[in-house]
Design a protein around this ligand. Structure first.
Ligand code: UD1
Ligand code: CA
Length: 454
């Protein structure tokens, strides 16, 4: 990698009206992370020395999200949307302080890979003053066309609305990503005018200006799917599909078994160990870590959870934020775990709600056990000790502690702490009347016969 310092400018001032949303476009998520977050993550992976984000007026939520996701980022406001060159100009205070490469990215283009950034920088390293990321468009309508000379050098970028008939036939398009190594990018930006069909200041005009100064312009190519820009909910779904395909391929290559990869949905940050096996229809929300050898059976919903080595989850389990499962834990069908730590070898195999508390190593939670964690006002903790046994259909009313090795009789409603090693039972004692059933039948048959006669 080049030693030249890198600055990344992220343009996010567009309103994104076609999303038809109250939420700014760049805060819509792909794989659980806002579009802007994907671009900031790329800037991080590319080891950018500084990051500038350009937002529109009143976009405080975008500003705050940018600062939260990338605390080093400086955020600038573009007061009026006068075009991409004007947007980059909003970041001039940062650009003037920077000496090195400057790469402009769009916040609504979330799928660019770090290798592509490396290719752009290599073009700068080998003498280009400006490098443009281009792609062969299936349908070039609306895109800026990359016009090249007979020897294949980039000469200019022509916006669709300004293109003549011949230029409209060019299929090589501008992705919007441009990399600069010029001594005076600020000066180049100042020289860009707005005499075009849109009356906008086009960043793409920098190519002709830099060439006029004797600089060379290069094109770096990538696949169209990598530079998909999001303008609508349909494109958002398309980006999600591309992201998921990529992530599934990565998981398979890293030693994860997916029986039906197309039915498993990952979050941007899902971490999977080796020899993890995942059955169909599993959904990962943000913040999940799965250690080696874990088996996740079909139809599970998992977010904010850590799953220890060789644990077995599902089918039909739900792990919510704060579920921290140790080695060899079993969480079975229709079990919901939220904000509960389960020690090694603990089991909750059927039909339970475990919320707010802890389950000790090798404890067994019987079918239908409920941690009654909420009294309508506050949440309380349930603590189940190591090797404790909670009988089926028990309600543990928090705050409550079941001691190590204790037993809770099936069907109990436990409201008081249970000492280690004790048996706690809370239910009426069973009575039995011998011979009762036969007497009852005889009496009832007589009644029925009498009723039939009248
Ligand atoms: C731009 C390119 C075009 C390219 C296309 C790829 C220019 C002049 N044109 O066109 O060559 O093929 O992207 O999608 O650069 N933005 C601002 N402030 C502004 C204007 C835009 O922040 O004043 C941001 C938008 O939020 C967006 C990006 O810049 O993220 C691109 O703007 P947009 O208006 O969509 O450019 P296009 O006309 O699509
Ligand atoms: Ca666009």
């Amino acid at each position: 990698m080049t030693a030249t310092p890198l600055m990344i400018v992220v343009l996010a001032a567009g309103k994104g009206t076609r999303m038809n949303s109250d939420l700014p476009k760049v805060l819509h998520a792909v794989a659980g992370l806002p579009l802007l977050g994907h671009v900031l993550a790329l800037a991080g992976e590319a080891a950018a020395n500084s990051i500038a984000v350009v937002v529109g007026p009143g976009m405080d939520n975008v500003r705050n999200a940018a600062q939260k996701m990338a605390p080093v980022a400086e955020v600038f406001t573009q007061t009026e949307q006068l075009g991409t060159a004007d947007a980059v100009k909003a970041a001039l205070p940062a650009i003037r302080n920077h000496h090195g490469d400057v790469i402009v990215l769009y916040a609504d283009t979330p799928l660019i890979e770090v290798a592509t950034i490396t290719h752009l920088r290599r073009a700068l390293d080998t003498g280009a003053a400006v490098a443009v990321l281009g792609f062969e468009a299936e349908d070039p309508a609306g895109y800026g066309r990359l016009l090249t000379s007979a020897d294949g050098e980039l000469v200019a970028i022509r916006e669709h609305k300004d293109a003549n008939f011949a230029e409209l036939h060019v299929r090589m398009c501008n992705s919007g990503v441009m990399a600069f190594r010029v001594d005076d990018l600020a000066g180049v930006l100042e020289r860009i005018g707005n005499r075009n069909a849109n009356g906008e200041y086009y960043l793409t005009d920098a190519v002709e200006i830099i060439r006029g100064d004797g600089g060379r312009a290069a094109v770096v190519r990538c696949r169209e799917s990598e530079v998909l820009g999001i303008n609508s909910r349909a494109e958002l779904a398309q980006a999600e599909a591309i992201f998921q395909r990529r992530r599934r391929r990565e998981a398979l290559a890293a030693g994860v078994t997916l029986i039906a990869p197309e039915t498993v949905w990952f979050s941007y940050d899902t971490k999977l160990g080796r020899d993890v096996a995942i059955q169909p229809n599993v959904y990962f929300g943000p913040g999940v870590v799965v250690e080696d050898g874990v088996e996740i059976l079909a139809n599970c919903h998992i977010e904010g959870a850590r799953i220890g080595k060789n644990a077995r989850i599902g089918p039909f389990a739900r792990l919510r934020p704060g579920a921290a499962l140790g080695t060899d834990v079993h969480v079975g069908n229709f079990v919901e775990v939220k904000n509960v730590t389960m020690g090694a070898g603990a089991k909750a195999n059927h039909l339970s709600y475990l919320g707010d508390g802890s389950v000790g190593a090798k404890a067994n939670i019987g079918a239908g056990t409920i941690f009654c964690n909420y009294d309508g006002f506050f949440k309380h903790k349930t603590v189940v000790g190591e090797e404790a046994f909670v009988g089926s259909n028990s309600a543990l009313v928090a705050p409550v502690t079941i001691g190590d090795g204790a037993f809770v009789g099936s069907g109990s409603v436990i409201t008081k702490d249970v000492a280690p090693g004790s048996l706690a039972l809370e239910r009426s004692s069973q009575e039995e009347r011998q011979g009762w059933a036969e007497k009852f039948r005889i009496m009832m048959r007589k009644k029925k016969a009498a009723a039939g006669k009248s």
